[in-house]
Design a protein. Structure first.
Length: 326
């Protein structure tokens, strides 16, 4: 979704950003759209959420803004997006039934995980995640909560997938690995992962942190934030940025330089990775994202499935979980 100059000028007026000089729209991830807008007052990010507004999305964004406000008002050692308030006193606007908001562009550069993340960078990412956890523990969550059960309906979806006829390479890849995920699901769905619950970032890896002079200056993309055990954050970061055991160890060392993990949590990290992978296997096969056509959808979903299958096979080898399931 590319913003027009006319739309950018209106947004700049609504949010008191100054006179528009230049704008550049680009996609970040598979769902959202971001436009860099330069005005006579500075550089800003216009963030358009690639999902239509519904109650679930509004609830999640409310939590996102709550956490961002808390971090911006505390002594959090990293910069995070600070939503700009419109002239009418609100944060959100809508474009084509999709919510959008604006924040001042943060300094620093992200790292392309495809090109590789260094051991030093993994250490800094682990340290940043621990600092994030250290601070968000202070956010009041109201009544006692449990993590959203991501496995609801997954078993039924797996059964439906068994009936699918192979029409393309995506179908074949899914069916070739369906039995493995079905067996894993039988085991991990019985495990209680609700230990040290907090508002997890759920996407903190090299592409979502901003480096400056070898250190992390900022953390971005809080869109997947949710109430979850802190080990889920570690699991997702390791899966996204640690393709070798050496990198994983450096990441963990960085994390534990700030916060220590219990023995139980360390044992649960590979298992919660497998649990989430059962969900992602289901999601990536059927997801559409921002795909323009069927060919692009298949290509994107193949990439997602290969990623989650590769991660799963590593965890299966490490945990021996399939040997426990008959």
């Amino acid at each position: 979704m590319k913003l027009t100059k006319k739309q950018a000028i209106k947004i700049a007026k609504d949010y008191s950003l100054g006179n528009v000089k230049h704008l550049k729209t680009f996609e970040r991830g598979a769902v959202n759209y971001n436009t860099i807008i330069k005005t006579d007052l500075g550089m800003y990010i216009i963030r358009v959420v690639g999902r239509k507004v519904n109650s679930a999305l509004r609830k999640r964004m409310k939590i996102e803004f709550k956490v961002l406000k808390y971090l911006n008002n505390s002594n959090f050692p990293y910069e995070v997006p600070n939503p700009i308030i419109k002239r009418n006193g609100k944060i959100l606007s809508e474009i084509n039934s999709r919510p959008m908001w604006v924040y001042k562009m943060l300094k620093g550069k992200d790292v392309d995980p495809v090109k590789g993340v260094s051991l030093t960078q993994n250490y800094e990412i682990g340290k940043a995640l621990a600092n994030y956890h250290k601070y968000v523990r202070g956010i009041a969550t109201g009544k006692s909560k449990r993590e959203i059960n991501r496995l609801i309906g997954v078993a039924g979806h797996y059964n439906d997938k068994k009936k699918i006829k192979i029409k393309n390479e995506l179908d074949k890849l899914m069916l070739d690995n369906l039995e493995m995920f079905s067996k894993i699901l039988k085991n991990v769905r019985k495990i209680n992962f609700n230990v040290n619950m907090l508002y997890a970032h759920s996407d903190l890896h090299a592409a979502n942190v901003l480096f400056e002079n070898g250190k992390i200056r900022g953390i971005i993309d809080f869109e997947n934030i949710g109430y979850a055990p802190r080990i889920r954050d570690l699991s997702l970061s390791i899966k996204s940025g640690c393709d070798t055991l050496a990198k994983e160890r450096r990441f963990m060392k960085g994390y534990e330089s700030v916060l220590k993990l219990t023995k139980k949590e360390k044992k649960l990290i590979p298992l919660i990775t497998l649990r989430d992978n059962c969900y992602f296997f289901d999601r990536f096969y059927g997801g559409k994202g921002n795909a323009k056509d069927e060919k692009e959808r298949i290509k994107r979903n193949m990439s997602g499935l290969n990623w989650v299958i590769g991660s799963t096979k590593k965890m299966v080898e490490r945990t021996g979980i399939l040997e426990k399931v008959k």
